[in-house]
Ligand binder design. Structure first.
Ligand SMILES: [Zn+2]
Length: 266
């Protein structure tokens, strides 16, 4: 049955109400703004969030305009959560500021929308893991570079343009691969503080650095620029499959990256 109901803003709207549900629906709508007023209120909130974000020095968001406005509000509420809980969050570890900076640098509106359903504390934990990984990578950078330099890389074949492109892809992929290898090795050497269940995981992971090392050695011998271009967007997991390595390695890498580095799509 069609019934008129007054909203909290005073506007009256007509609704199709199933039999017997009128008093409940009336109460429901009566406590809420009408659609138009709600929209207006959301826009106002987004506008204020945008201004506040800009004042606190957050970078400008990129993406389609309709996403940008919503993302400003998500971002505003997230950093408000960080500010309100900073004392507790700081206790989580020395990478606190690094994690905050990492999240502040997120400029894609679509990224904020993709994470809006996560609990803020979880999102922050992911950033902390990522920050810990970044700090470890930073500390290991000279070692990683040394290992990249020690690979006997074959000259690439292909057109000049292809070769140039493939070279940058090659160095990015090898840096990633070796970065994971060395981080893992370091994590494995640092067993003391690990809980029991991690020891088992550790055991399963033991052969992984060697397998990764073999992969980078084989990749170093791959001369066709076309091949490098083909794998330019491969994750390490994809790469394992592409190189026809055991599926168990791909699964382990998936687990490992979820566990230690969380991350990669952050
Ligand atoms: Zn209204």
């Amino acid at each position: 049955m069609l019934r008129e109901i007054k909203h909290s803003c005073g506007h009256i709207e007509t609704y199709q109400i199933p039999n017997g549900k009128f008093s409940r629906m009336k109460k429901f709508y009566h406590e809420r703004l009408c659609k138009e007023c709600w929209k207006e209120q959301e826009q106002e909130k987004q506008k204020l969030a945008k201004e506040d974000n800009a004042r606190s020095g957050l970078p400008r968001l990129t993406g389609p305009l309709n996403l940008v406005y919503g993302a400003e509000l998500i971002r505003y509420e997230f950093f408000k959560f960080i500010t309100d809980n900073s004392e507790d969050l700081k206790d989580k570890g020395p990478q606190f500021q690094f994690a905050v900076d990492l999240l502040r640098s997120k400029q894609k509106a679509s990224w904020w929308h993709a994470h809006k359903r996560e609990r803020f504390v979880h999102l922050f934990d992911v950033a902390m893991d990522h920050a810990a990984h970044q700090l470890r990578l930073k500390a290991l950078a000279p070692e990683i570079q040394k290992q990249v330099n020690s690979l006997h890389m074959v000259p690439l074949s292909g057109s000049t343009k292809q070769i140039q492109w493939a070279e940058s892809i090659r160095s990015k992929i090898l840096l990633d691969l070796i970065g994971v290898e060395l981080c893992l090795e370091e994590a494995l050497n640092d067993k003391e503080e690990w809980a029991e269940f991690m020891v088992q995981l550790c055991h399963d992971l033991e052969p992984v650095p060697d397998l990764l090392r073999k992969m980078s050695k084989d990749l170093a011998l791959m001369d066709a620029a076309g091949h490098w271009i083909e794998i330019r967007n491969h994750s390490l997991e994809d790469l394992v499959r592409w190189m026809k390595r055991p599926e168990s390695l791909a699964r382990t890498l998936h687990l490992v990256q979820g566990r230690f580095f969380f991350i990669l799509n952050l």
